[in-house]
Design a protein around this ligand. Structure first.
Ligand SMILES: [Zn+2]
Ligand SMILES: [Zn+2]
Length: 336
């Protein structure tokens, strides 16, 4: 997979935006954005903090100087913004903060992940463990998935946050903040004129991953749908720059397509649940041939859709007596 090349976007207001794609994990490329308006320079997201990610971020800044004619040093940054507290976006904060004292901004609901990382990891792991039992995974698979979950996050050290973002804020007279929970509790999109930094809320090709709100409050499909509609109502966006993949030029068409893909998934689950299925069985049926971290993503994605249907009374638990008798028994969901 190629990380792609740096791209530059010039706004009508004379602001220069650079998109720097960097490899944050062996199978993942994340876009970092640098925004330059006169002597104001902002860095949007920081990569994963893995060595290759840090190296590529540094190489990106060097390229801005050598190939794009910028005169930019770490000391010039006035602001670091974390769009949401997923490791491929905030993990590089330690590296970045060793080069610049620029104040860091993050939404109020994602602040705790950065300032109280160890506690958050313990509690999130506990919630994930309970979810995996409820999903019906085997004991072996439970052990593998839990260690995979903890691996990438164990390296991060808590860091101070200067600026806590809220929905509707205008940050640095530059960015209007939209709180768009669903993919992550403190997910924000940033509007600058007719450009939207859509982060992982809206991606060009992939339907962003959604996990259940029973696992993490403010996640889940219901919040996500509301956040899609919130952004669809923002007028005059000509370009959306996302946390992964390509720029989006027709944002509302993309939003409609993502909504439709979730509706199809919900219908497919109802079809499959004509016969009772656990979350694990459904996930196997819907996402064959997955390995590694993708197994975890598929289980939580299916879990979010099951939760949405269950909340609306469209599913019922077929083995309720067993579930009532033993907490380790996974519910089997059947269409009502
Ligand atoms: Zn994310
Ligand atoms: Zn991401």
């Amino acid at each position: 997979m190629s990380t792609g090349t740096i791209a530059r976007f010039d706004t009508t207001g004379g602001v220069r935006i650079y998109r720097i794609p960097i490899r944050t994990f062996p199978q993942l490329v994340t876009n970092i954005h640098v925004v330059i308006a006169d002597d104001y320079v902002a860095l949007i997201d920081t990569g994963s903090g893995l060595e290759e990610s840090n190296q590529q971020l540094q190489a990106g800044l060097t390229a801005l100087n050598e190939q794009w004619g910028e005169s930019l040093a770490w000391a010039d940054f006035k602001r670091i913004i974390i769009t949401h507290s997923h490791i491929d976006h905030y993990g590089g904060l330690g590296f970045v903060s060793s080069h610049t004292n620029a104040p860091v901004a993050v939404h109020e609901l994602d602040r705790r992940v950065l300032v109280n990382h160890q506690e958050r990891l313990v509690l999130a792991s506990r919630a994930l463990s309970a979810f995996l039992w409820r999903a019906g995974v085997s004991e072996d698979s439970h052990t593998t998935l839990m260690s995979m979950y903890a691996w990438s996050k164990g390296m991060f050290r808590s860091i101070d946050i200067s600026t806590v973002l809220h929905d509707g804020d205008l940050l640095d007279d530059m960015f209007r903040i939209y709180h768009t929970p669903g993919h992550c509790p403190g997910q924000v999109c940033l509007q600058m004129g007719d450009v939207l930094f859509s982060a992982d809320h809206i991606l060009w090709r992939t339907s962003p991953h959604i996990s259940p709100e029973s696992l993490t409050p403010w996640n889940g499909l219901d919040h996500y749908f509301q956040s899609l509609r919130k952004i669809a109502a923002v007028p005059n966006i000509c370009l959306a720059l996302a946390g992964h993949e390509q720029p989006i030029e027709t944002l509302n068409e993309r939003i409609a397509a993502i909504e439709q893909s979730h509706q199809h998934k919900l219908e497919r689950i109802l079809d499959i649940c004509t016969e009772p299925h656990t979350i694990k069985d459904l996930s196997r049926e819907m996402y064959a041939k997955l390995d590694g971290y993708n197994i975890l993503l598929a289980l939580t994605e299916v879990g979010a859709h099951i939760e949405y249907l269950d909340q609306r009374g469209e599913l019922a638990i077929a083995n309720l007596d067993e579930v009532a008798a033993d907490q380790r028994i996974a519910p089997q969901y059947r269409r009502v």
